[in-house]
Design a protein around this ligand. Structure first.
Ligand SMILES: [Fe+2]
Ligand SMILES: [Fe+2]
Length: 197
């Protein structure tokens, strides 16, 4: 009976049939690539929402100062995921042009409803993002400290945005439960699509 083949595979690393696959830093594991893709899409969407709101409210509105501070942080989050995508060879979502228009449109519409509705939008979005980042951190556990460190840091700021928006009167906006429910549902759909497409 023939012995099982144990020929060394110079240059090829451990035989995948023998050794469990080991991921090296920088490898784009499918799930991690999808995480970075959806996170970059979300941060991009956030910058578009705030841009739309500021286009309506103008620079002098008191709400604009609050929005501008959050916007600076969203831009930093986005840059970080942009760089991570380039470093790891992760492609962006194909839906980016849609998030460009949908994010900006959501910002414009909520700001037209009034500054409290603009804040309701932030509170709704950040509630979903907090849950989303929390789920990613749970899935990552000890894996990829580079990514999980960024997610944990950004999540803290997203929670601050949510609290800021609530403090600025989000819950006093007209039709808050419906508005909030619609935006949260939209976020969940956007997150689901950006993971896959
Ligand atoms: Fe963000
Ligand atoms: Fe945020």
């Amino acid at each position: 009976m023939a012995e099982p083949q144990t020929t060394p595979r110079p240059g090829l690393g451990p035989d995948p049939a023998v050794a469990a696959p080991r991921w090296r830093p920088g490898d784009a594991r499918p799930d991690i690539a999808s995480m970075i893709r959806v996170d970059q899409a979300g941060e991009y969407g956030a910058t578009r929402i705030y841009a739309g709101q500021q286009a309506v409210l103008g620079a002098r509105h008191p709400a604009s100062r609050v929005i501008a501070r959050m916007q600076v942080q969203e831009e930093r989050h986005l840059r970080h995921f942009d760089e991570m995508m380039i470093d790891r060879g992760v492609r962006p979502t194909l839906l980016q042009p849609l998030w460009n228009i949908a994010g900006h449109g959501l910002g414009v519409v909520t700001a037209l409803l009034g500054p409290e509705a603009a804040m309701a939008c932030t509170a709704a979005v950040e509630t979903e993002i907090d849950k989303h980042y929390g789920a990613q951190l749970e899935a990552l556990r000890e894996d990829d400290p580079d990514l999980s460190g960024a997610i944990a840091e950004f999540r803290t700021e997203e929670i601050e945005h949510r609290d800021t928006a609530v403090a600025a009167g989000a819950e006093n906006s007209f039709g808050y439960p419906i508005l909030s429910g619609l935006i949260r549902a939209g976020c969940r759909v956007a997150i689901g699509l950006s993971k896959r497409i």
